[in-house]
Design a binder for this molecule. Sequence first.
Ligand code: GLC
Length: 649
Amino acid sequence: MNSTALNAFGNNLLKAKNIESEKKDKAFAKRFLNHLPFIESLFNEIYGGNAKRNQSFDALLNSIIESYLNRPVTFLKKDDEKEKKGNWFLSNNITGMSLYVDRFAGSINGLSQKLNYFEELGVNFLHLMPVFESPQGESDGGYAVSNFRKVDARFGTNEDLYALVENMNQQNMYLMLDIVLNHTSHHHEWAQKAKAGDAYYQDFFYFYDNRDIPNQLDQTMPEIFPESSPGSFTYIPECNKWVMTVFHSYQWDLNYSNPNVFVAMMDTVLHYANIGVDVLRIDAPAFIWKQLGTTCQNLPQAHILLRLIKQCVLVASPGMAILGEAIVAPNEIIKYFGTDNYIANECDVAYNATQMALQWDALATGDTRVMLAAQHPILQKPYGCTWLSYTRCHDDIGLGYDDYMIERAGFNPYHHRTYLKNYFAGWHEGSVAAGALFSVNPKTGDARISGSLASLCGLEKAVEWNNEKEIENALRKIILMQAQSMFMGGIPMLFYGDELAYINDYSYLQDPGKSYDNRWMHRPIMNWEKNEKRNTAGSFEKRIFKETQKLIATRNKLQVLSDTKNVTWMTPHNIHIAGFIRSNENKKLYCLFNYKHTASFLTWYAFKEHGERPSVLHDHWSGVDHKVGNDNEYFVLPPYSFAILEAAN
Ligand code: GLC
């Protein structure tokens, strides 16, 4: 359609829905008409040649208008407030925590009772791991959804969720929920109908009559869970067909080449917006487009679909930001912020998975050179977007950065990765880490790492050994890792339990629905009696809780730590220290992290390389003022410590 015709078409749709374009709905009508050309063009790029194009395009627009009409007033107001703030999610005053509702607080109502705990810690943003219906025992931690709109009875009811959101809003907290876009559970109504032979719903998935195409695809598609769920296809005896299952065999991949799938899932995205979601975590977006002869990851069509989602959200619920959970190679992650005409117009937030893994690399080696060599793609994040900055999450740690980064640091990639895996699995001589390898692929030699922050930092073993020095090191490492995630730029997202130094929980081994997946070792069940120890003098819980609290408070008070793309890496004068500057017109913060088990020395000259020479540096962490010395003298960072130094002339 040409632009005049499209505008007239859009206006007619609005009229038909009684939208008051000149009165109360003016802002919406304007957004709708402004974004319509982008929505149409992106939609046509994917579905232009599809026989269902017209009917599904109408359905999409209808869903956008309906969702606006159903948007609760509270969230319309919140949209306005966020718009006034600009990119609200860049703020240094947002700190998140990711948690399983049941393991953290028993239920959604239980969680409502715990909001004061978050306030005490300084957390004002919650990522609830999936709460919608998912079959027990075949749930992948909730990522195998059988009903996208019904809260699982294990957690409570839809009403409980709405009440929680209301309580959170009253406390000015933000909410993140997942949309599991790539697949459904095999118990989802669509899957059930497909299994029963309904061709309409079989077209919602990738069904094959025989192994011909699956065999071809298997040649190029990497396996995600090679141990527990090898291959990417599952035989369905009920209909004598094969279905694509990239993740577990009970997670069926949705077929986004069918516009009906996109329209239905987009409607769910907007439904979540109207529940009051502030940041929507799009689960596994890298996988949503499949094509023969490719890895079926990060394909251009996946990006087009994400841009389309963003455009629809901008119209219907502009206050909801989009997080793309793309845990892929550094150069690929960055593309989820948008490229070409869509720079900063795709996902607003992405996991800084590269940086997270690099911090683990530095911790195991005591050497920050790989981290430094990897910053180039990380720093390409466009202005207006931000990272989700984290040390641990519910998933494994993948060493997904590129070989050239390791080579540039002077190491052999194969030996380096082998060392890291052995170190964190606790196999390397002298390793204090108590983790495990996850998804070992004997064909490729790949493996990822499971384990809680505290256990990977050595606390579990050190306590077992009753080794005071290693206990002290472990506690320092925990805070060092959290500090760098906190000050790097982006929304810090803590993982529940880490604020209290929870070690691995091996009870998952007794549960047949979990025992095949060792990621459960770092998904603890909160023990609120133990959590009380955060008030007990001399306990690890108290030390880690207080220091985490202090990290958040320190970040909150320094506006320069909001993500205005203001990170400059310092010249590496000492390979054990990661150092960068966060600056704005009137402040310069030197953030330094010592990954070595002994003290590290940094020449004072390092502080004189970027503009004015400071005479005194105030450490916001220790409170100490350091007089800047001569170039042949040193600033000393104790073992596994950090400093947040502000020039105070
Ligand atoms: C995401 C989730 C992970 C899950 C996978 C499949 O990567 O974080 O936990 O297993 O998607 O849904």
